[in-house]
Ligand binder design. Structure first.
Ligand SMILES: Cc1cc2nc3c(=O)[nH]c(=O)nc-3n(C[C@H](O)[C@H](O)[C@H](O)COP(=O)(O)OP(=O)(O)OC[C@H]3O[C@@H](n4cnc5c(N)ncnc54)[C@H](O)[C@@H]3O)c2cc1C
Ligand SMILES: NC(=O)c1ccc[n+]([C@@H]2O[C@H](COP(=O)([O-])OP(=O)(O)OC[C@H]3O[C@@H](n4cnc5c(N)ncnc54)[C@H](OP(=O)(O)O)[C@@H]3O)[C@@H](O)[C@H]2O)c1
Ligand SMILES: Cc1cc2nc3c(=O)[nH]c(=O)nc-3n(C[C@H](O)[C@H](O)[C@H](O)COP(=O)(O)O)c2cc1C
Ligand SMILES: *[C@@H]1O[C@H](CO)[C@@H](O)[C@H](O)[C@H]1NC(C)=O
Ligand SMILES: *[C@@H]1O[C@H](CO)[C@@H](O)[C@H](O)[C@H]1NC(C)=O
Ligand SMILES: *[C@@H]1O[C@H](CO)[C@@H](O)[C@H](O)[C@H]1NC(C)=O
Length: 689
């Protein structure tokens, strides 16, 4: 068949047809993904949302759907503010925790505020998929009685910016519900999530005040939990010392296999504590670090597929824990418990526990702070000068950016900076527990292959460690999980840890993590090789973006070993690094080439070679333009992109636009439509973060 318009149109038609197929299989995958709520079903007394509101005498409903805790965090802050400003009786819940079928029966006077993040490609968060199904099944008029607001959490770097919130908003209003205010759209891409929230919230609360005729008063902390200090000590078997879930407490009976392994099932609410059996440094430059770590999951029944993500549950470093405790004058030995004031509130982590364990294992104490937190912490400032300072900063976003944000200060850094080092021991611990976000697992693209190594999962993590350009108060800006991985790598290989900016308690609570173990769970993804091995594959993954492609290539290598008679399609991998020193897995690629022969080719772009022009993966794509167009238009190639969402994925998308528009001799707009169809049909897949 001659190469030309028709063939591509044919491919596009195939693409469209595939879209339908992929859609159904994606729906199927989603139903697997959506946590089978089995655990919640057993635990909670009632899943009926109207009954729960009534039984707990609530007059406001806040719902959230969140993947990594941001939407949850904002929903909770919002709920708290409604309570402390207007004395509303607010119920704040995860959409997955209740059956929403009778949302339309929510009493007329109760407003529903929804916080929803977007994940994947314009998708709802995993746990909110049943909510999406519910909304999609609504008939017009079903929600006539409902007044709602919606605030979306998203990142404009992604094509379907705030896709989930927009979709939910559309479905709600089609169902007859009345939107109060504007559909909020927070943009992580512009780094303005907090500012977007503050602006939306101020407008919305003004509106709400008149809509519900509310009285506003000065903010006053209204706890969701009854806080109590216990007599128990940390030797008590029922006291959590930072166990990831209460199942890991010595007082609980876990099920173990005859070999002494925990048998699960393991999921996002119950991680497996996996030994890291091998780890190594992948960079040779000294200044930057990238850790390869292999987790042994044999005997655990933990399953994964090539292309999935591994979630790693980290803990905070000694230095940061100490600084936080010191800032607030906290005694780490104190054993405390939290009793929810009603059935709508869930315990945030295993209780009772110690203050020290909570700070180390359960709270996100580093990372940037929100202006909102300043305004709620104000009421506890040690004196009026500091109170006024916090008030000023919480109201003036430019000042806040200049004094706090650009200096990379975390909460303790910032408060100590404002007080000139004096303690903030007037801030009560139970306020902190309820206001500081909770530590979340970090996701990593799995760089091993389930075909070639079923029982071992490897990840490739670049270590976040940067000298702070502006502040001596916080000389290093460090990431929680990646520095923990580096600590493990050095300790495991008997290398000196004296060079490290931060150190960790590697043994973990009651030695649960010794030697070199971490809690993990697997997150299923849709990032999958084509099932037909003859289909050509174009992979683009500079930097750590190469992780899943190492898995893909190992998969094909194993496949060919098992089925040597089958001919593989062309597998082209575009990789980029600064130079030879940060060239990931460089010694492995020739081995794969040996096994895969002609069907595998690695194309490398180096961006910082001395005396050479900068070269990026997208430049290499353009150099191979004709060949790539042929693969896409005539051979049905699949395209995969992994790594940095901002610069790289957009640059690569732009390169493919050029390739398609020039190859097909059409406008870039038409090419964009074609790539959209490719994306929705799974022929152009992204794993970008
Ligand atoms: C689907 C998915 C797949 C991923 N795959 C990979 C992968 O294969 N490899 C990989 O390396 N990463 C991957 N990531 C990223 C990874 O999940 C983590 O986000 C990353 O490793 C950083 O985690 P951390 O705990 O070390 O840093 P965090 O503690 O989460 O910090 C995040 C950033 O904030 C900075 N920071 C710390 N304190 C402050 C402050 N006060 N103010 C401002 N900034 C601050 C840190 O230095 C760091 O750069 C993936 C992410 C997703 C969502
Ligand atoms: N979404 C995100 O914000 C995000 C995602 C992933 C990583 N990162 C950050 O990047 C750092 C390292 O990550 P990494 O291992 O993925 O990559 P990396 O080692 O920084 O970069 C790998 C290669 O990609 C190049 N590159 C930079 N910008 C590019 C662009 N717009 N298009 C194509 N190639 C580009 C780099 O070139 P030069 O550096 O020489 O320009 C380098 O050659 C981490 O510290 C992390 O903080 C951010
Ligand atoms: C893998 C990944 C995919 C994402 N996809 C989208 C997207 O398609 N559209 C969007 O607006 N934001 C997207 N985001 C950004 C998140 O929605 C945003 O960071 C949000 O604050 C996360 O909220 P959460 O922690 O409650 O899940 C994505 C983020 C990640 C890490
Ligand atoms: C408030 O506390 C800070 C830090 O201790 C101190 O510098 C300041 O002088 C105090 N102001 C008043 C009015 O006491
Ligand atoms: C590190 O030292 C320990 C104890 O001396 C030893 O058992 C282990 O094999 C060493 N590991 C490596 C990678 O050398
Ligand atoms: C959102 O996009 C920006 C810019 O690409 C990036 O720096 C940031 O890490 C992204 N946020 C998340 C949560 O992925």
């Amino acid at each position: 068949m001659p190469l030309g318009l028709d063939t591509l149109d044919f491919a596009v038609l195939c693409g469209l047809a595939l879209a339908v197929a992929a859609y159904t299989s994606r729906e199927k995958l989603k139903s697997v993904l959506s946590p089978g709520s089995d655990s919640t079903r057993v635990k909670s007394m009632s899943r009926d949302i109207v009954e729960t509101l009534r039984d707990n005498d609530k007059n406001y409903l806040v719902l959230y759907g969140s993947q990594t805790g941001t939407a949850e965090d904002y929903a909770k802050k919002f709920a708290k503010e409604l309570v402390s400003k207007f004395s509303l009786r607010v119920m704040c819940a995860d959409v997955e925790a209740y059956d929403l079928e009778n949302l339309h029966n929510v009493p007329k006077d109760i407003v529903v505020s929804i916080f929803l993040s977007t994940y994947g490609e314009g998708d709802f968060p995993d746990a909110a998929v049943p909510f999406e199904d519910y909304l999609s099944g609504l008939n017009s008029g079903d929600l006539e009685n409902v007044r709602y607001s919606i605030f979306g959490l998203g990142n404009s770097t992604y094509e379907f910016f705030n896709g989930a919130a927009k979709k939910a908003n559309k479905l709600l209003s089609e169902g007859g519900a009345k939107l109060l205010g504007k559909c909020g759209e927070a943009d992580d891409g512009a780094g303005t999530t907090d500012e977007d929230y503050m602006a939306w919230k101020e407008q919305f609360m003004d509106l709400l005040k008149s809509e519900l005729a509310l009285d506003e008063h000065e903010q006053k902390f209204e706890p969701n939990f009854e806080y109590s200090v216990l007599e128990a000590t940390k030797n008590d078997n029922t006291v959590s010392l930072g166990e990831p879930t209460s199942q890991y407490l010595p007082s609980q009976k876990l099920t173990y296999s005859p070999e002494g392994k925990q048998t699960g099932p393991f999921d996002a609410t119950h991680p497996y504590i996996a030994p890291i059996v091998r780890s190594k440094e992948l960079f040779r430059c000294g200044e930057r670090n990238c850790i390869h770590a292999e987790f042994d999951v044999s005997g655990s029944n933990l399953k994964y597929s090539t292309g999935d993500h591994l979630a790693v549950w980290p803990s905070n470093s000694d230095e940061k824990v100490e600084q936080f405790l010191n800032c607030f004058g906290l005694d780490p030995e104190v054993v405390f418990s939290l009793k929810p004031i009603d059935n709508t509130v869930k315990s945030p982590f295993p209780l009772p526990t110690t203050i020290g364990a909570a700070v180390r294992h359960y709270l996100e104490i580093t990372g940037p702070i929100s202006r909102q937190l300043f305004s709620s912490i104000m009421q506890f400032a040690p004196n009026d000068t500091l109170k006024e300072k916090l008030n000023e900063l919480s109201k003036d976003k430019d000042q806040f950016a200049k004094e706090i944000h650009v200096k990379y200060l975390n909460l303790a850094d910032a408060l100590l900076y404002l007080s000139g080092g004096a303690k903030w021991d007037t801030v009560p611990w139970n306020f902190l527990v309820e206001s500081v976000p909770h530590l979340q697992p970090r996701y990593y693209s799995i760089s091993s292959s389930s075909l070639s190594e079923k029982q071992s999962i490897s990840i490739t993590a670049i270590v976040e460690n940067m000298p702070n350009p502006t502040s001596e108060k916080a000389p290093h800006v460090t990431g929680v999980a990646t520095n923990l991985l580096r600590n493990i790598q050095l300790a495991q290989n008997n290398e000196s840890t004296s060079v490290l900016p931060v150190h960790y308690d590697l043994a973990g609570p009651r030695n649960l993590f010794s030697t070199f173990q971490l809690p993990v769970h697997v997150r299923r993804s849709t990032f999958r090789l084509p099932t037909n091995p003859a289909t050509p594959v174009i992979m683009v993954g500079p930097g750590t973006g190469v992780a899943p492609f190492r898995g893909f290539i190992r998969d094909r290598t194993k496949f060919i070993e098992q089925q040597p008679s089958i001919a593989l399609g062309k597998h082209l991998l575009f990789y980029g690094s600064r130079d030879e020193r940060d060239f990931l897995y460089q010694e492995e690629w020739p081995e794969y080439s040996k096994k895969l022969g002609e069907s595998f080719e690695l194309v490398v772009a180096h961006s910082r070679l001395p005396n050479q022009p900068r070269s990026y993966v997208q430049d290499k794509l353009i150099e191979r333009e004709d060949e790539l167009f042929d693969l896409i238009a005539n051979e049905g190639a699949f395209i995969y992109v992994c790594g940095d969402a901002k610069g790289m994925a957009q640059g690569v998308h732009a390169a493919f636009l050029k390739i398609v528009s020039r190859g097909k001799k059409c406008s870039e707009q038409d090419a964009a439509e074609i790539l959209k169809v490719f994306k929705s049909s799974g022929k152009y897949q992204e794993d970008v973060w």
